[in-house]
Design a binder for this molecule. Sequence first.
Ligand SMILES: Cc1ncc(COP(=O)(O)O)c(C=O)c1O
Length: 355
Amino acid sequence: MSAYSIRTEVKHPSAASAVDWENLTFGRTFSDHMFVVDFDGQNWVDPRVVPYGPMSFDPAMSAIHYGQSIFEGLKAYKGADGKVRVFRPEMNARRLNHSATRMCMATLPEPLFLEGLYKLLALDSDWVYPAEGYSLYIRPFMFATEAYLGIKPSDTYRFMILTSPVKAYYQGAIRVKVERHYTRAASGGTGSAKAAGNYAASLYPAKLAQEQGFRQLIWTDAASHEYLEESGTMNLFFMKNGVLHTPTTESDTILSGVTRDSILCLAKSWGVPVETRRIKVTELQEGLRDGSVTELFGAGTAATIAQIESIRIDEEDFTPPPVEERQFSNKVAKTLSGIKTGVLEDSFGWVQTIE
Ligand SMILES: Cc1ncc(COP(=O)(O)O)c(C=O)c1O
């Protein structure tokens, strides 16, 4: 039974039949509807699913001026059985509230996040394309709406969910570079929040890296640049001497990824030893040099597993073993894809099926 009364304004006709599914570019096509709910200073009011479209705002809206803006990212999939499944959405609802707390914003009841999402997905189920590699990217986000130029936490907020049909994010393995100068997040800062400003600050260093032919940066810690952190949109993993390594998210500088958590759960269930701790760049570097690092990959919702084919550390390029030899990460990619599409048993209870 629904705890919230979510009003719905249906768009007619749906634009889904006009989509060029072969030529989708990530994040440029939007489904028919969006979920919207407002915080009036006291309560979340008027939850609604309405046709996707422009909105008007006061130019003094504080999100624009002082950056109280956070977001999430997850995906829905349609399996061979035609059912729409969404992967661990409660983790995103919880992480949104972690971000909201750090950014001094209103928190959102997690059931409201989930009910709004399920209602939106039920209405836009035709936007989840039932072919391999396709999914519906889901973008929940919240921003400050108070029209006031003084610096203070906004009294009012809007939470919304957009969805966008997508194909696989990265085609093939990627080249990355370890960043030793610029910083994504400092201890005591906002790195563990999915705050819009974190992404704004990473654009310039990422652009410099892209001009040098790298797809992504691997960030290092702000204080010494000696410890591995994560990538722009992914957590980092490597297999060394049969032990799966990933930097700890116990500090407040790394985003705690849902994919990362899922990989750690799978590894433990398969008896693969895992180390989550602070990891020096030199540990990875030495392992790449002596061959003890056998797999290297990024993990996140967009790509699930993005295999790293080459990594530049200082001035040296390293090439881990070929992707087809990487048993663990290939098995993870296949398993997660199977669970998300209903082909494999969901023994962890990760998937929510939309009725
Ligand atoms: C900075 C950063 N790290 C890691 C991730 C991976 O998180 P998830 O697996 O929840 O998508 C993301 C993507 O949301 C990200 O933006």
